[in-house]
Design a protein around this ligand. Structure first.
Ligand code: 6PG
Length: 248
């Protein structure tokens, strides 16, 4: 299986959010047409915030039939739901402000009802109930990357976890304790998209694009692809500066 990283360089962060929103309309339409529902896992951080705000506003808040979408999380900081660091709070205050999605279609990672290990098991059961026993029903994993090459809460040097959801207790990106979908789970997605902006990502992006997913020195973000070995990378010019031939 040849990994196919498709790269698109957009004019700026706003153009990138618009492109991602337009592509999401198509992806959700296809999922609903073929499977009756679309299952999407969201990430935290500053990059996807523009996309969430774009999706919450016209025309995207109505261009997508949100009643047939289930929203999950690729990872979550293990903080209270109303904590400023909470990714579910980020999504509530952006995307959910502008769309009407059934309450039981919004699946935040639990971070208040027990210890991280127990909550990871709880969320794995949510995913299995919605996506099948192997969790292979995600239509899209929407991801970002850090300057160290992490994605979701999969960081360099971590032991690769089995299963669907794992606990991170020593995240180099604060806060330290997180829940994350595993590499195995993310690779079962039908689609994997990375949104990457900013000059601080330029060096790591070049390293990722120079590395095969199963190379021994592959960074976590380099390891991630969809079930067919593909991934889409939507980036801005600042993040593209170290990419020689690939930049479109
Ligand atoms: C998190 C994210 C993390 C993020 C990247 C990019 O919750 O921290 O899941 O993987 O996507 O660190 O973050 P920025 O978009 O803020 O650069």
């Amino acid at each position: 299986m040849q990994p196919a990283r498709t790269l698109e360089v957009l004019q700026d962060a706003d153009a990138l959010a618009l492109e991602a929103a337009g592509r999401l309309v198509e992806l959700v339409d296809e999922a609903i047409k073929n499977r009756g529902m679309a299952h999407i896992a969201l990430s935290g951080g500053s990059t996807p915030k523009k996309l969430y705000q774009r999706l919450a506003s016209a025309p995207f808040n109505r261009a997508i039939d949100w009643s047939k979408v289930h929203l999950y999380f690729a990872d979550e900081r293990f903080v209270p739901h109303d904590d400023p660091e909470s990714t579910q709070r980020l999504v509530r205050e952006t995307l959910l402000e502008g769309i009407s999605i059934p309450r039981d279609h919004f699946h935040p990672m639990p971070t208040e009802d027990g210890d991280p290990e127990t909550m990871a098991k709880v969320y794995a059961n949510v995913l299995k109930a919605q996506l099948g026993q192997d969790g292979a029903g995600l239509d899209l994993a929407l991801l970002g990357i850090g300057p160290d090459g992490h994605t979701a809460s999969l960081f360099p040097g971590q032991v690769i976890q089995e299963g669907i959801v794992s606990v991170v207790r020593d995240s180099p990106k604060p806060p330290p304790v997180r829940l994350t979908l595993t590499l195995e789970m993310l690779r079962r997605s039908k689609n994997v998209w990375f949104l990457v902006t900013g000059s601080d990502k330029a060096d790591v992006l070049a390293r990722i694009f120079a590395t095969a997913p199963d190379a021994p020195d592959a960074l976590p973000a380099a390891k991630i692809h969809d079930r067919e070995g593909k991934s889409l990378w939507l980036i801005d010019p600042e993040a593209a500066t170290q990419l020689k031939s690939e930049a479109g």
